[in-house]
Design a protein around this ligand. Structure first.
Ligand code: UDP
Ligand code: MG
Length: 316
């Protein structure tokens, strides 16, 4: 008989359409594991990320009828990563010793939690949920996501391929995680950096149960840029490399210009001027943009603003 106490942390933003089904499926998984003696107790912690629909009243209602259900209501929308963080920070000081994070939309296979818990009971600290294939994703989502993982890898961010935020963590790894003071969160990279014994569990990803993705292209792009800039300084080094290459080219061009001048060839020069003007202008702007990214990060970190405010809490 295991003494594991498991809590599943679920960030929710405008998820009124899925919460009933999510609760039903997750509760039944927890119930099954209690019956089989895999865990002693299993609960759910919904973090309402400032939803504008009935999500919070649903969580209240669910918690009245189902003793497993708990909730945190954030005072405003802070985004998936920060909302999840709120739940994890809560869990790090709770009585639970294994913490699973999963999205509310049932895209991740809830059955995989059973295998994750099995690994935890064997003494593994972090179990990553890894998606086998992207059959159910749209062509667009699949390719942008793959490009994202490739870009992350070449830019030096150590992340697990096809792993999002579906994972199990032991309490001690969670405490290590929440001791990170940074405000720019990229959880899958941060967890990877913790070390600790880890394992993978593979599953098929489903389609969203209901409602629509809260990650449109603009948010995905922001997420990718955040991911790279919070984990690596490679872009900065790239600028230096480009700068050196440009200087070498410039030396060549100076030599050519002097030669043309001395041999008396007048050059019309319009094309070359225009091209270099635009090209160098573009390169400088890009470089400034990249530096700006990091300065923006520093700015955010230096401010040390609170990540979120809890407006209400249901916990037991
Ligand atoms: N989410 C959140 N705050 C936000 C956006 C999303 O808490 O500002 C939650 C959302 O409710 C879901 C999870 O983050 O549980 C992942 O979002 P979604 O499924 O829309 O993203 P996708 O799977 O399309 O990448
Ligand atoms: Mg989803």
């Amino acid at each position: 008989m295991n003494t594991t106490k498991l809590v599943i942390v679920v960030p929710c933003y405008n998820e009124e359409e899925v919460l009933h089904e999510t609760t039903r499926q997750l509760s039944s998984v927890l119930h099954g594991m209690e019956q089989s003696g895999q865990i002693k107790e299993g609960c759910l912690m919904y973090v309402d990320d400032g939803s504008r629909d009935a999500t919070w009243s649903l969580i209240e209602q669910l918690s009245e009828n189902n003793p497993r259900v708990m909730g945190l209501k954030l005072a405003h929308n802070v985004g998936h990563q920060q909302a999840l963080w709120a739940g994890l920070e809560w869990a790090a000081t709770s009585r639970f010793d294994a913490i699973v994070s999963i999205d509310a939309d049932l895209q991740d296979d809830v059955q995989a939690i059973i295998e994750m818990t099995g690994r935890f009971n064997e003494g593994i600290d972090i179990v990553y949920g890894v998606r086998k294939e992207r059959k159910t994703d749209t062509f667009f989502k699949k390719h942008t996501a793959q490009a994202f993982y490739k870009l992350m890898q070449t830019m030096g961010g150590d992340i697990v391929y096809n792993h999002a935020d579906f994972r199990l963590m032991s309490k001690r790894t969670l405490q290590a995680l929440v001791s990170h003071p940074e405000r720019n969160l990229f959880l899958r990279g941060m967890v990877r950096g913790l070390g600790y014994p880890s394992a993978f569990v593979y599953y098929d990803r489903h389609e969203r149960f209901a409602g629509e993705s809260k990650y449109p292209l603009s948010k995905m792009l922001n997420f990718a840029i955040d991911g790279i800039t919070s984990f690596s300084v490679k872009p900065l080094r790239l600028i230096t490399t480009f700068g050196i290459i440009f200087m070498l080219i410039a030396i060549g061009i100076i030599g050519y210009a002097l030669y043309a001048h001395l041999t008396g060839h007048t050059i019309q020069g319009w094309t070359s001027l225009l091209i270099s003007l635009w090209f160098i202008g573009g390169a400088i702007l890009t470089a400034i943009g990249v530096i700006g990214e990091y300065i923006g990060k520093i700015y955010k970190e230096v401010k040390r603003r609170p990540r979120y405010f809890i407006e209400k809490e249901i916990s037991r």
